[in-house]
Design a protein around this ligand. Sequence first.
Ligand code: SF4
Ligand code: SF4
Ligand code: SF4
Ligand code: FES
Length: 698
Amino acid sequence: MAKGDPMEAKALITMTIDGVQVKVEAGLTVLEAARQQGIHIPTLCHHADLSPWGGCRICVVEVDGAPKLAASCVTPVREGMKVITTNERILEARRTVLEFLFAERNHFCMFCGRSGDCELQALAYELQMDHLTVPSSYQSFPVDVTDDHIAIDHNRCILCGRCVRACREIAGGYVLNYQNRGPLTLIGKDLNALSEGSSCLSCGVCMQVCPTGAMLDRHRAHYAVKGKTKDWAAIDSVCTQCGLLCPISCIVKDDKVLKIEGRFNHDRPDRGQLCQRGRFDFMGSAEPRLLQPMVRGDGGWTAVIWDEALDLVANRLSSLGGGRGGDGVIALASGRRSNEELLLFREIMRQGWSAAQVGVLDGLQWTTASIWGRLTAVHPEPSWQRISEADFLLLVGARPQLSQPVIAALVRRAFFERRIELAVIADEDPFAPWTTHFIRTAAENRSAMVAGVGAAVEKAARANAAAVAAAQIGGFERERNPDPGTAAALVGVAERWVKAGNPMVIAGQGVWQDEAALRHLVELVGSKDRFADGSMRLLLLKPSGNSAGALRLGLYPPPNFAGVRRAGVILLDAPPESDAEVERLVEGLEFLAVLSPYFPATLAERAQVLLPIAHRLEGEGTYSAIDGNAWQSTNRVIQPPIGVRPGWEVLLDLARRSAFQPDCRTWEDLRRWADRQMQPFALQESPDVHFDLTEANP
Ligand code: SF4
Ligand code: SF4
Ligand code: SF4
Ligand code: FES
């Protein structure tokens, strides 16, 4: 074998499975070896993405004729081993185990929300267990419905422990464990059997691996028995809701999404988990869909054909905007739409109707967006995956549990698995009790606190003496904050920052409006070398799924619209974007057109034309990662409702009626165009933000 051959490292052993001699890799379990040979052995507590457990004994096999059967999922192969995977004795043992599992708890499948999608039930069919030969011994256990998404019915639990391992090994939650002893054993959260009030993030990873109806999706009980056949398709795509682009598998039947699951992948720092939004809120809203183009007349809304609606939009924009110096038209797009749609929208509105103001509905309170866009054009943001390498994390005004829950899971994992220290500067601590340095601060003091850390870092780095920093902060504290513990906490954070070899700052919503805090944070990260790829040590959690794509395209939340505003176009995603803030922006317009997948309840009162467009699962699109340095394409998962078209297609139709004629006719043309635009930063303004970061890292 050639040196460096990948087979070189894999020692092979010879064993016999069901009378056939085979060569398999040393180190495999008997279960893995059998599966490689195409031999089926049933399992329950085993899950390929979790650590081995060996608790249920469903997978027993005969090894070397020994009287005691062995659990194949935890028995390693060895040279000369002889394994029998199926005979009457083995089947009898498996049936006995299964009967006891059914007898110990309440398994009346016809009343169970997982019937039809349950591994335990499927095993009963496989082993032809049509009745119990042992007496039922089940007691009544509680049902926990205090979580909005996941019900836990302990009466259906077989204590296989998959959920416990998944919560720890994939979600990084460390929430679940066994409680009580013997027949009273239950799975519980935080030593408190109820979900409500526990530290559970409702990510549903536990539910995804649960082989029974013990963990139930509250939105979709009984989905598996509807229509009776199991002709499901699994369509892979990525979740675009918060910028982490988590890989998803969409289970679809009859063009309906039955459920969305994470695609586990231990090579990713998040291991392919999904958060609660990606798993449960994939349609984004339960509001009524907009299904036809609508025009408002004297008698209210009337459904019209596409040409009539698009002609009306084009004519009104031309008459109200054209020839008036371009300030007659305003345009706003959701920061959740794809790069292709945002690019097309920007160009149509700018070139087609000379709109001077094209912005993004991206958390209108993100007033520092344009500064951030220009700064990161020169100093790239780090990938969120760097969190898994950091040896010290400082969170400023961030609540990733709400904005990017998988980032919260990574922070928790960093604490539990690597014991790194966490510092938080915020009005409340989202990581208590794991935070090692918590500086409680009101919004008006936030920038001063960050400046205080920076000052202490500067002193500590120069003199390597905390005392110097303490004196500095002491003065700072007397001036600005009466809390006697604050100075010591700031010094603690500064000392950890100085000592850390690989620190990282995560800033959130509390910093969006706070230019001074942002400036001080950039100065602080400038005190350390950058990450190896040249990115800063500062990640800003963004408000929308494709905020980073919008930033790259030079689309910022509008602080306010100046000048004459007579007509507007709004490209929406899912509610609640049509909220009071947006209403205020469109107040007084003579004409408003809204492109939206849903009927835009509040904006509809001010609009004259509504154009239905597809939801993100109903078409392809490219979305940028939260740091803006990578982007991925989604696949169409389901068809849009009849009469509803992809947003890009409607925009292209609108462009044909404008002064802008894009050089693209198909989706592929558009994708290539957007791809070219995303490569370099498409800055609309000169990058005049420096914050001295390059000087700190020559
Ligand atoms: S968990 Fe499975 S086996 Fe138990 S009642 Fe539900 S469908 Fe039947
Ligand atoms: S929902 Fe997520 S965090 Fe909560 S118990 Fe399950 S795996 Fe753990
Ligand atoms: S809740 Fe589900 S995964 Fe957890 S131990 Fe019970 S049956 Fe197993
Ligand atoms: S699957 Fe092997 S012991 Fe449970």
